[in-house]
Design a protein around this ligand. Structure first.
Ligand code: RFL
Ligand code: PHB
Length: 397
């Protein structure tokens, strides 16, 4: 079997890449280890940058998002028990949309299937080879039948734990990493959101975040130990801690309700350079991870996919390989700016176990500055709503 682009992984990166390639008239096959239902229900990110929203709308996959997504013009940053609003729309002209990652995934899978483009779920024994040639191969089994797919290019969209990054020869990649001494305990609760925007709250006991998924579902997070056993957290204990940390001087608090799902996520910042070797391109979490505080991971995965699709289109249209050769350099400029922002949001809002009294005062001064200086608020707002893409394609305004 043959295709132009073999795509490993059906997360936001792989599915958006496949979608854009289809619009450019380029063939691809998406190969995913998990069942369709699993990827369409996996609870993850929730905040879409303006650029991601515009891309979905302009490429014909935004219909349900326009109906069901929640448009937010600002966010609250809280500390010492007071909330301060940052008006993202006023400061940047842009807004954000709260629409769950698995809904984006559902919309992209539906578009792919409607277009008759191949996607293989529940693939086994996925492997890639011949990356230093111009006929790399993607091998997998499906329903017990082994397939060897010859490709022009392979896109490694298989996330942090995938096989593509480790398939690069030793010595090609340099990894840059920072781990954090905390994680996030996240819950989904059947409770109407008690506020119409997100609340990021710094607290002596640790960070807490109020978010949402729909007019009936609240999403909440608590800073916790990364090795925390979720079984040690009864629903009562979770609510007590959330109420303590989110307590606001104006009396605001989240609505309580049955907890539908709870889990602990560790946090890390991670980048590999380069994101390209031979015929293999790494896209999204397979090349980089950000801590979730800036709500950037899915957006960054989608912007990598967009850059790669643009480069592949230039190649198939006129044989131009120059843009593809610069894929890694172009993506990494944005990746590092987003790493900086995500690290900064994380360090400003979390309680670091080794912080001394100087660090705590400095952190409060930083939050005081952030919520009182228009220049500081504008910097946060432009990063939060999304920095401009490093290349202009047909879907840029
Ligand atoms: P994914 O989504 O991990 O998709 C990779 C896919 O590859 C499959 N796979 C394989 N397929 C074939 N062969 C193999 N050998 C394979 N190995 C793996 C996997 O099953 C999977 O389907 O990576 P992608 O596409 O790069 O997308 C990245 C995003 O998922 C991630 O960055 C975000 O979820 C991060 N994130 C957030 N991002 C945002 O933009 N906004 C947010 O508000 C936000 N909040 C979050 C987050 C991530 C979180 N967790 C759970 C890590 C909140 C949390 C709690
Ligand atoms: C979420 O709703 O899951 C969410 C929102 C904001 C973040 C991270 C996650 O920074």
């Amino acid at each position: 079997m043959r295709t132009q682009v073999g795509i490993v992984g059906a997360g936001p990166a792989g599915l958006m890449l496949g979608h854009l390639l289809h619009l450019y008239g380029i063939e691809s096959v998406v190969v995913e280890t998990r069942p369709r239902q699993y990827i369409e229900e996996r609870v993850r990110a929730g905040v879409l940058e303006q650029g991601t929203v515009d891309l979905m709308n302009r490429t014909g996959v935004g219909e349900r998002m326009r109906r069901e997504g929640l448009l937010h013009d600002g966010i609250d940053i809280g500390f010492r028990g007071h909330r301060h609003r940052i008006d993202i729309r006023e400061l940047t002209g842009n807004a954000i949309t709260v629409y769950a990652q698995h809904e984006v995934v559902k919309d992209l899978v539906a578009a792919r299937i409607a277009a008759g483009e191949p996607v293989v779920f529940e693939a086994d024994h996925v492997a890639i080879a011949d990356l230093d040639s111009d006929r790399p191969v993607l091998r997998f089994s499906s329903n017990g039948i082994a397939t060897e797919l010859r490709c022009d290019f392979i896109a490694g969209c298989d996330g942090f734990h995938g096989i593509c990054r480790p398939s690069m020869p030793e010595g090609v990649l340099t990894a840059f990493e920072r781990s954090y001494s905390f994680g996030w305990l996240g819950i989904l609760a059947e409770a109407a959101p008690s506020h119409n925007e997100l609340v990021y709250m710094q607290h002596q006991r640790g960070f807490a975040l109020f978010s949402m998924r729909s007019p009936k579902i609240t999403r909440l997070y608590l800073q916790c130990n990364p090795q925390e056993d979720i079984n040690d957290w009864s629903d009562d204990r979770i609510w007590a801690e959330l109420l303590l940390r989110l307590k606001s001087s104006d009396g605001w608090k989240p609505n309580l309700g049955p907890i539908l799902q709870k889990s602990v996520t560790p946090m890390r910042s991670f980048v590999v350079e380069p994101m390209h070797y031979g015929s293999l391109f790494l896209v999204g979490d397979s090349a980089h991870i950000v801590p979730p505080t800036g709500a950037k991971g899915m957006n960054l995965a989608i912007s990598d996919a967009r850059v790669l699709a643009y480069g592949l289109a230039a190649y198939y249209k006129g044989g131009e390989k120059e843009f593809l050769a610069r894929y890694s350099e172009i993506c990494l400029r944005r990746v590092w700016k987003i790493q900086r922002f995500s690290w900064w949001m994380t360090s400003v809002l979390h309680r670091f176990p080794d912080a001394n009294s100087f660090d705590l005062r400095r952190q409060e001064a930083e939050l005081d500055y952030l919520t009182s200086s228009t220049a500081a608020m504008k910097s946060l707002a432009e990063n939060y709503a999304g920095l401009p893409l490093e290349c202009e394609d047909e879907w840029t305004k």
